[in-house]
Write a protein that binds this ligand. Structure first.
Ligand code: NAG
Ligand code: NAG
Ligand code: NAG
Ligand code: NAG
Ligand code: NAG
Ligand code: NAG
Length: 411
């Protein structure tokens, strides 16, 4: 086929617009590995952000500051021969959960501040040892120190990269000594999962688990990777009367339904929507869950209930623990008492997400209208469709139509 110059330009335009549509849009705002890769003096620091899996956690957060240390400064730390878990604690102390550009550092209200770090967020920092003291010093210097070490140990060197207000990467003079972060850390299989849950708003679930053989199932799964979705105390407490009504088998299955036998950090839940098996899954009964994003919000669906993840309680490979706003009710145990399934609307519109009056099975503390109307197996499809409708992108659709039309014209 001979193409005129005009046709060639049009063809290029088609290819370009198709490429725009088909290429995955950038899903992450920043990539710390990539940012640091431009600076060879931070290659050791960068390497350990990857091996400790902190890089993922950093990429999944916004409004943070990474205090990087150059290769010479890392030598001291590596000389201590810490376990990978302790190393992760030390490095996570160098990720501040706030945005500190050079300007803000030199302009701290009252000259001193305590910044929470990712070490604090993991829940493994005892007391206030997950905080870093930032203090403006004489001569325009800025000092940093781990609170548990009680002093100023390092100083600000320079700003490496600032992407306001998502991520600021700065260089500090050395690794912050912290006796607590460096302390020998138990490997994951010695982790007290019920202790962690109890300390972070899931005490009722943890106690229920401790009284059940399901606890063994959870414990023995940690080494191979485990994700726990624990209902918060309010949700679990109001569910207890129904729980007590279940048979012994039913109780165990319900608890095991809240565990997934692989490590799924928040990033992978956000990027891998779809059905997942649980610890309760066996060949005969399915006991599966559906993970579905609603923007940045991760939801877990069964045909009976839609629960939202309200917080990350713990995330350290191979164990992730999330808090839910509701108890997950498997169809296998709660189907019987459901209202008859309403026929799905033929052409679901965005308004299909409005609450339905016939909802019977819902753990009490429900946020107003945050739910989708999943009432029985058929409703699953409705929910998926209406979600699709909400996400429908008119602009892209128009571009696709236009491109196809151009292609047809050219041929
Ligand atoms: C900051 O993060 C948000 C959300 O991920 C993103 O939309 C935005 O483009 C980022 N800003 C910059 C300057 O990268
Ligand atoms: C971040 O960048 C590194 C190096 O460029 C790359 O290997 C890695 O896949 C990126 N990570 C993500 C999540 O895009
Ligand atoms: C700064 O100091 C003033 C006076 O001492 C005090 O009232 C204020 O709370 C301090 N602000 C912060 C953020 O610590
Ligand atoms: C930070 O450390 C300095 C020096 O040890 C101390 O004077 C200051 O009170 C500390 N700041 C905070 C907020 O604890
Ligand atoms: C786990 O933590 C709970 C609550 O903190 C505690 O009662 C229990 O003794 C701990 N179990 C182990 C094995 O350390
Ligand atoms: C428990 O089961 C009994 C008998 O089936 C029923 O009457 C009662 O309503 C149930 N209680 C709850 C809280 O589901």
């Amino acid at each position: 086929m001979q193409l005129t110059p005009a046709a060639t330009v049009a063809a290029a335009a088609v290819v370009f617009s198709l490429a725009l549509i088909l290429l995955p849009s950038p899903s992450e705002a920043h990539n710390i590995t990539k940012i640091l890769a431009e600076f060879p003096e931070f290659s050791t620091f960068n390497h350990f952000l990857t091996t400790t899996h902190l890089a993922n956690d950093i990429n999944n957060r916004e409004t943070i500051t990474v205090c990087a240390v150059d290769n010479a400064g890392m030598a001291d730390l590596l000389g201590k021969h810490l376990s990978i878990f302790a190393l992760k604690n030390v490095l996570s102390l160098h990720v501040l959960l706030d945005y500190f550009g050079a300007k803000k550092l030199h302009d701290i209200t009252n000259g001193t501040a305590l910044a929470a770090t990712m070490y604090q967020a993991t829940g493994s920092a005892p007391g206030s040892s997950g905080f870093v003291n930032i203090t403006d010093l004489k001569g325009g210097k800025v000092g940093f120190g781990a609170v548990d070490n009680g002093g100023i140990d390092a100083t600000f060197v320079k700003s490496v990269k600032e992407i306001p207000y998502n991520i600021s990467v700065i260089q500090i003079s050395k690794i912050l000594p912290s006796p607590d972060a460096e302390a020998p850390t138990p490997g994951p299989s010695q982790m007290n999962i019920t202790g962690i849950m109890s300390a972070h708003g899931c005490k009722v679930f943890a106690e229920t688990l401790l009284a059940s053989p399901a606890e063994q199932t959870f414990d023995s799964s940690v080494d191979g990777g485990l994700t726990i979705f624990c209902p918060g105390d309010a949700a679990m407490k109001s569910f207890l009367p129904k729980f007590k009504n279940l048979t012994a088998d039913g109780k165990q299955s319900l608890l095991e339904f809240h565990g997934v036998p692989i490590y799924e950090p928040e990033s992978s839940l956000k990027s891998n929507n779809g059905p997942i098996n649980t610890l309760a899954t066996d060949g005969a009964k399915k006991f599966g869950l559906v993970v579905q994003n609603d923007g940045q919000q991760v939801t877990l669906k069964t045909p009976v209930v839609t629960a939202r993840i309200t917080s990350t309680i713990f995330d350290e490979q191979p164990l992730a623990i999330f808090e839910l706003d509701k108890v997950l009710l498997p169809r296998e145990l709660f189907k019987g008492s459901l209202a008859p399934t309403p026929a799905p609307a033929p052409a679901p519109e965005p308004v299909a997400d409005a609450p339905e009056p016939s909802k019977k099975h819902k753990s009490p503390p429900a946020p107003p209208a945050a739910d989708s109307p999943a009432d029985g197996p058929a409703a699953d499809q409705t929910a998926a469709d209406s979600n699709g409708a909400v996400r429908f992108d008119g602009g892209r659709f128009a571009t696709v139509c236009f491109s196809l039309w151009l292609i047809i014209l050219l041929l």
